[in-house]
Design a protein around this ligand. Structure first.
Ligand code: ATP
Ligand code: MG
Length: 394
């Protein structure tokens, strides 16, 4: 039996986008995500992408799991394809779906005939395939309203496709159809979720992580690499920049106003991220900030941080509770890594009483009092010494 994967494109997602750009990008993305899983032939017909294994070494099940995470796909199914011959269909359907049918009590068959030259109508196909299944599984009953298993038979141009009910795809838009963003990736729960959300809207992502060795450890760095690897399921191959932030941070500790330390530090982080973004073709910054979560994420603090750069800053989790963010983090499998307890650069040197409502004027005054020339020189040095890691799809 020849198994393949079918991806159905949602018409909604096409709004405002050039259809051929959208499809070409999606094709490229699919190819990239499953490239470690064998040789597949990928082609499009009738608003569906077909992903066919070329030999027996392909891992179709693993490819299916990867494809469920590709943005721009409305629904997916794992199907078996056969000739457009009724006897063949009736023979293969109960065999291919045996495991599901054996363990169910109720089922129905839904047939769709887009090839109108096929001699039987949809209702007739459904009825007859249903009868063939009942002959093989005597315990089953037909339930058209609430079946445990739905058997789909699609008569299409190139063959007859048999599969269970379609599963929802990842939705959204294909990565890279909405420009590129520079994600500030900490080791926390929120920023990986922010990456997922912007990738879902079609952004391609580069990540920037600030590390302050020896205050932050090798393990903290590895944790961020692991997070980036997990994100490639949604973003595809990605560059991760690790910025050596120690000297900048020490400079702010030694010359800044302690109550404003975190905000001054975040302004430096933003400036460096903006520089890297400009250099590597990104035109927005993405963070995992959530309003009111901590002192540096109040309205006043966010206003003061925003002011440090010109680029738009996207904060997709700004209005979400920690529980909502955590739910997504679990879904995208970053949560368990995020909660590993390693020190992040944001948690060192923090004052016991950070100011929650700093005025922009006092932040700017504190920054100027540190000596802008030296601060910017250290920032430029950190930017130049950033390490660029290529994180590939796993
Ligand atoms: P997260 O938001 O990822 O859970 P967090 O809760 O510790 O981390 P903050 O420390 O307040 O949040 O940081 C807010 C945002 O700033 C993060 O979501 C992330 O986008 C960015 N950020 C924080 N620390 C770093 C870092 N070391 N490198 C890069 N970006 C960072
Ligand atoms: Mg946070």
């Amino acid at each position: 039996m020849k198994q393949l994967i079918m991806c159905y494109l949602g018409e909604m997602a096409l709004k405002g986008l050039n259809k051929s750009t959208f499809e070409a990008q999606l094709m490229k993305t699919i190819r990239n995500r499953i490239r470690n899983l064998g040789q597949f032939k990928i082609y499009k017909a009738q608003s569906t992408f077909y992903i066919e294994p070329e030999d027996e070494f392909c891992d179709v099940d693993a490819a299916f799991e990867k494809i469920k995470k590709v943005f721009g796909i409305a629904a997916v199914s794992k199907a078996v394809v056969t000739e457009k011959d009724f006897d063949k269909i009736a023979e293969i359907a109960p065999v291919y779906l045996e495991d599901a049918l054996k363990n169910a009590r109720t089922f129905k068959v839904t047939a769709k005939r887009s090839d109108k030259s096929f001699p039987m109508g949809s209702l007739e196909i459904s009825r007859e395939v249903g009868a063939a299944i009942l002959r093989k599984f005597h315990h089953l009953k037909v339930d058209v309203h609430n079946p445990q298993v739905t058997v789909m038979v699609e008569i299409r141009d190139f063959g007859a496709y048999i599969h269970e009910a379609k599963q929802p795809g990842a939705g959204g838009m294909p990565v890279s159809t909405s420009g590129k963003g520079a994600l500030m990736l900490s080791g926390g729960i929120d920023s990986p979720v922010a990456a997922y959300m912007m990738a879902k809207r079609g952004m391609s992502i580069m990540s920037v992580h600030f590390a302050s060795p020896p205050y932050t450890s090798e393990r903290a760095r590895n944790k961020v690499i692991t997070l980036a690897e997990k994100l490639t399921d949604y973003t595809g191959d990605m560059n991760l920049f690790i910025v050596p932030f120690t000297t900048v941070q020490e400079y702010i500790r030694d010359h800044g106003v302690p109550e404003l330390f975190t905000i001054l530090m975040r302004r430096s982080m933003m400036r460096i991220t903006e520089k890297l973004a400009q250099k590597f073709g990104a035109s927005a910054i993405i963070t995992g900030e959530s309003l009111g979560q901590v002192a540096s994420q109040t309205m006043a603090a966010i206003t003061a941080t925003n002011d440090s750069v010109d680029m738009p800053i996207f904060r997709p989790v700004i209005g979400m509770d920690k529980t909502e963010i955590t739910e997504i983090a679990r879904k995208i499998d970053t949560f368990e890594t995020s909660i590993l307890p390693f020190e992040d650069c944001c948690t060192i040197f923090t004052p016991p009483h950070p100011k929650t409502k700093p005025s922009l004027a006092e932040v700017i005054a504190a920054e100027e009092a540190m000596g802008l020339e030296e601060l910017f020189r250290l920032e430029a040095e950190a930017t130049a010494e950033s390490e660029k890691l290529r994180i590939n799809v796993q």
